[in-house]
Design a binder for this molecule. Structure first.
Ligand SMILES: CC(C)(COP(=O)(O)OP(=O)(O)OC[C@H]1O[C@@H](n2cnc3c(N)ncnc32)[C@H](O)[C@@H]1OP(=O)(O)O)[C@@H](O)C(=O)NCCC(=O)NCCS
Length: 180
């Protein structure tokens, strides 16, 4: 199943759409905030050119159907809110989500709102049979998001991702479709 690039997902307060060049200054300004990248596997970009290359990779992954990254914006004003991705994992039917909210919009429930919508998209449109997520053990804000959307803690992984050459331990979560 391929998802068309013009597909849009609407939530109570957000419009989720295919990422584009207009997002780059917002990704840049978010990653300039001290500590913003600490819980993310990606590092602060060196320049805007690097973000253009990442956008290209993001779109290639979408075209291949291996990962769908969505920009969350305000439907009325178009103002940038954050990013969420759902990636195919090796095991058939398994997908994983990752997300971030621009620091200007954190603490308002947006991560919970868009993560819930993307889990639903995963089950209904991608036919996912399991959706996983993980967060650095210190990242309580992310853990609360996963618990609020009904994900279940499944264990910890001492080698979750690397940050400045060191492994960061992660807590792992999972959710399955509810039987009808
Ligand atoms: C972790 C992160 C995604 C959380 O984003 P967020 O939008 O602030 O998270 P939420 O959507 O759950 O909102 C958080 C708070 O807003 C509150 N809130 C306010 N208005 C709300 C509303 N209308 N609906 C729901 N919750 C609301 C929630 O209750 C919650 O409060 P609490 O943490 O005291 O329980 C964000 O801090 C972030 O992007 N961090 C940097 C990158 C990162 O670490 N990403 C995750 C990697 S695993």
């Amino acid at each position: 199943m391929k998802v068309p690039a013009d597909e849009v997902i609407l939530t109570d307060r957000c419009r989720l759409r295919y990422p584009d060049e207009a997002d780059i200054p917002h990704v840049w300004s978010a990653s300039l905030v001290p500590g913003f990248n600490d819980g993310l596997a990606w590092e602060h970009p060196k320049n805007a050119k690097e973000l253009e290359a990442r956008l290209k990779e993001t779109r290639e992954a979408w075209a291949k159907g291996s990962a769908y990254a969505w920009t969350a914006e305000c439907p009325e004003t178009g103002s940038f809110i954050g990013r969420i991705v759902i990636r195919r994992e090796d095991k058939p039917g398994a997908w994983a989500i990752g997300y971030w909210i621009h620091p200007a919009h954190q603490g308002a429930g947006y991560a919970t709102e868009i993560a819930s919508a993307i889990v639903n998209f995963g089950f209904c449109r991608l036919g996912a049979t399991a959706i996983r997520a993980a967060h650095a053990t210190w990242n309580d804000a992310s853990g609360k998001v996963l618990q609020r959307i009904g994900m279940r803690f499944v264990g910890s992984n001492p080698k979750g991702f690397q940050k400045r050459g060191k492994w960061v331990e992660e807590y792992e979560y999972e959710i399955h479709p509810t039987p009808r």
